[in-house]
Each structure stands twice: as structure tokens, then as C-alpha cells.
Design a protein around this ligand. Structure first.
Ligand SMILES: NC(=O)c1ccc[n+]([C@@H]2O[C@H](COP(=O)([O-])OP(=O)(O)OC[C@H]3O[C@@H](n4cnc5c(N)ncnc54)[C@H](O)[C@@H]3O)[C@@H](O)[C@H]2O)c1
Length: 419
């Protein structure tokens, strides 16, 4: 098997894979590489690594590519972002420098805080999108790729609602030709990927493959999609803790979340229209976990507030504070404080790797359209049909592992005492 992939540039995933290949560090945080999966009954003792159980591409199979309006190559991007120290970058510097960014489709209307310089200069959105399709094809030929996956790791775009041009593939193509202002760059990348039969996962909170036209195209071309917004720091904590409170039937009165973040992501999110995309993606999780409509006396009156503040001294080392107000019997209040001093991109890189490998696996398994079983990795997961979105991390993990078991002809594990 020989998988070669194209990714919109995010330097941490490529660094993570190169460091693992060189034996510098195992890919800590990657479920596909490090987690085991139980098969059959506990007493059977069958517990292989996921990567040995399902036919995933190996890390040696991967090549990286992408577009960026600012950084000429991944090494420069890594230095600008300051996630890894120079001593950790040094052994991989040559390889990272060799991953050269293609000129981006970029529009400041959607990311007002960045001023793109390595940008395609073409007359229409249609021409720009065709240029992306050509880039993908050139990359495929130059690198001898058998298969590709695209993971959107670009900046969060300004909040927007679906418009008429997003309703069908025909309407979207007409919109590209008419330079419809409702079409954002990330949507042009998504269209280019799907038209090239490349699975697409969206790591940002803005609209892209969660649009009717993209779902129609993904189905028509038989290509998997997933989104949106990597579940890394505070929302990861929230979807760990909230299921626990609910499991014990403890009430909740409020959850106040605030973050300070000093990287480029934080700078982009400092613009109110971009923050709104993030806020919408972060706010959704509590309601679906706690089900206030089923438990009104416990969860019917919750104040849920999310803030992000751009604070340059912290760089990529985000600090997320949560003040959680819960209550017990007779309504007695209790408080829980969480202070998560995390490293955003150290948490995000293994998610990008797993999404790419699992999206490729899904494609080979004949899957197309929304991959709900990958919600485990996402803050605002897309779902098939009308059912409620599942945010509980433990249910998401069960769904991911049972999907793999079923694909490989194994029984789902229910943890039941019976049978
Ligand atoms: N890093 C994380 O932990 C994390 C977690 C959850 C979600 N996300 C989301 O992932 C995205 C990337 O996060 P990040 O921390 O790497 O941000 P970043 O600012 O470090 O990197 C984003 C990159 O995208 C580039 N870009 C912007 N518009 C582009 C376009 N039209 N085409 C190609 N490239 C474009 C920028 O130049 C920049 O290099 C953001 O939307 C962020 O909200 C990141």
C-alpha cells in the first residue's frame, strides 16, 4: 500500500510524522498509532494495536503538501509559530524546508487579520478553483501518489450562513462562475478536493463540507467528508467532564469558559466575525450531552459562556479556564475550576494524522459522505440525517472502535455482563 497525501499546511502534523519516522518521538496522542482495540470477550485476550488490526497506511507512506498565503515552506511556518524549539526542529529541518507551500486561494474578506502575499492572482472564483484542481493533479503526478486526503488546517474564516449558491452542486458552480460573495476560499478547496476524488476533513469551525452542495458532490463522487473543528483543548475537557456529571445525575447551573491564546490562530480569532465561527462551534456541546429537554430539573437553566482572548506572550501555549457551577441533592451548589495550560498544536497534530489515515481507510472501505464515526476528533461534528449530534467523548470513542470492528468482521464490544 502506498498512500501519499496532500494537506493544507499545518506544520505540526508533518513534524509529528517525521519525528516518528526518525525514531525521535512516538506520535503521542495518536489513537491510530498508539491505541489498542479489544476484540471479542475480555477473557479471549485479543487486544491488537489499531494500526495492526485495520489496514491503515503507514507513516512511511505519507508525503505532505499544501498551500499557504504567508509561509514559503513548513520550516518557516514552524519557526513563525514557535510550537517546537529549535533543538527539536534541527533534526528535521531539511525535510520540513523541502515541503514547499503552493500559492493559496486567499481573500481578506474572510480572514481580515492576515495579509496574504503568496496568493493566486486569477480573474474569477471559478478560475481559482480550477487552479486548485490543477495543483492537486500536479502534486499527485510529481509525488507518485496512489491516494490523497485533504485536511483543512487553514485559518478560521468569518462566520457565515449557507446561501442559495450552497444548495446544489449546480448552484455552487454557477456561484463560482459569477464570483458569488457568499463563497469562501475554504469552500473552493473543498470543492476542488471532492472533484478530484480526495476525501476532505475540515479542522476549522467555518462552513465548508457541511453544505448541501458539498454533501451532494461527496455522494456523487463516492468520497468521504468530515468536520468540523478539531477537538483539542477546552472542548476536549468539556466533553470529558460533562458526561461524568450527567452519568451521576448532578445538576448544572453554569459553565464559564475563557481562554488566552497568543498564536496566529488567536490573532485571527480576535476579529469578532471570525470568533463567531468558533463560538458557535464551541457552544453546541453541552446541550446535546446534558439533554435539558429530558432532564429539565438538572440542566434546564444553564448559563454557558465561551470567550477567547488574544494574548501574544503565550504564543501557542493556550490557557483555558473553566468555572463550572454544579449542584447536588437539595440544590446545594458546588464549584469546579479547571485550568488547562495546554499546547494547542501539540494536541492538534495527532488528530490531523488520525483523521487523514482514517478518512483514507473509509474511502477504501467504500464509504462516502459524512463519517460520523470520526466525531471523536471534532468539536462540532457533522452527522448523517436528522439525529442529534453526539458530543460525549466516550460514546464517540465506542462508535469509532465499533465501526472498525464491524468493518473487520468482528462483533461490537458492548461491555455487557450478559452473554
Ligand atoms: N491548533 C489547534 O490546536 C487547533 C484546534 C482546533 C481547531 N483549530 C483550527 O485549525 C485552524 C488552524 O489552526 P492553527 O493553530 O494551525 O492556525 P495558524 O494560524 O497557525 O495556521 C493557519 C494557517 O492557515 C493559513 N491560511 C489562512 N487562509 C488560508 C487559505 N485561504 N489558504 C491556505 N492557507 C490559509 C495561514 O497563513 C496560516 O499559516 C484554525 O481554524 C483553528 O481554529 C486548531
Amino acid at each position: 500500500m502506498f498512500l501519499r497525501q496532500v494537506w493544507v499546511l499545518l506544520h505540526p502534523p508533518s513534524s509529528l510524522v517525521i519525528a516518528a519516522r526518525k525514531g525521535i518521538s512516538p506520535p503521542i496522542g495518536s489513537v491510530s498509532q498508539m491505541a489498542h482495540i479489544r476484540l471479542g470477550k475480555k477473557e479471549e485476550g485479543r487486544n491488537p494495536l489499531i494500526k495492526d488490526f485495520v489496514p491503515l497506511a503507514t507513516l512511511d507512506d505519507l508525503v505532505f503538501g499544501g498551500w499557504d498565503p504567508l509561509s514559503p515552506n513548513v520550516l518557516e511556518a514552524a519557526r513563525t509559530c514557535g510550537v517546537l524549539d529549535e533543538k527539536d526542529l534541527a533534526p528535521m529541518a531539511a525535510e520540513l524546508e523541502g515541503i514547499v507551500a503552493m500559492d493559496a486561494v486567499f481573500d481578506r474578506t474572510w480572514v481580515s487579520r492576515l495579509d496574504g502575499v503568496r496568493v493566486k492572482d486569477l480573474a474569477s472564483k471559478w478560475a481559482l478553483t480550477m487552479a486548485l484542481i490543477e495543483d492537486i493533479e500536479r502534486f499527485r503526478l510529481d509525488n507518485g501518489c496512489d491516494r490523497m486526503v485533504m485536511v483543512w488546517c487553514g485559518s478560521t474564516e468569518a462566520y457565515s450562513e449557507p446561501a442559495a449558491c450552497h444548495e446544489t452542486v449546480d448552484a455552487f458552480e454557477a456561484g463560482l462562475k459569477a464570483d458569488d460573495p457568499a463563497i469562501a476560499p475554504s469552500q473552493m478547496y473543498a470543492y476542488a478536493a471532492l472533484q478530484s476524488d480526495v476525501p476532505f476533513a475540515n479542522g476549522a469551525p467555518n462552513l465548508s463540507v457541511d453544505l448541501p452542495c458539498m454533501l451532494e458532490l461527496a455522494k456523487a463522487r463516492g468520497v468521504p467528508v468530515a468536520g468540523k473543528d478539531f477537538k483539542t483543548g477546552q472542548t476536549f475537557m468539556k466533553t470529558l467532564l460533562a458526561p461524568g456529571f450527567k452519568a451521576r445525575m448532578l445538576g448544572m447551573r453554569g459553565w464559564y469558559s475563557t481562554n488566552i491564546l497568543g498564536n496566529r490562530d488567536g490573532e485571527v480569532l480576535d476579529a469578532p466575525e471570525n470568533f463567531k465561527s468558533k463560538e458557535m462551534s464551541k457552544l453546541g456541546v453541552l446541550d446535546t450531552i446534558l439533554q435539558p429537554e429530558v432532564y429539565p430539573e438538572l440542566y434546564g437553566n444553564i448559563d454557558h459562556v465561551v470567550r477567547i482572548n488574544y494574548y501574544p506572550p503565550r504564543g501557542d501555549n493556550k490557557e483555558g479556564w473553566d468555572a463550572i457551577d454544579i449542584f447536588g441533592w437539595l440544590g446545594y451548589p458546588m464549584q469546579i475550576k479547571v485550568d488547562f495550560m495546554c499546547r494547542d498544536s501539540i494536541l492538534a497534530a495527532p488528530i490531523v494524522l488520525d483523521l487523514a489515515l482514517f478518512m483514507d481507510l473509509a474511502h477504501r472501505a467504500g464509504e462516502s459522505g459524512v463519517q460520523e464515526w470520526l466525531s471523536f476528533y471534532l468539536k462540532a461534528p457533522q452527522q448523517r440525517g436528522e439525529s442529534d449530534i453526539e458530543h460525549d467523548l466516550f460514546i464517540q470513542q465506542t462508535k469509532l472502535k465499533n465501526t472498525l470492528r464491524e468493518w473487520m468482521g468482528e462483533q461490537p464490544v458492548t461491555h455487557s455482563e450478559v452473554g
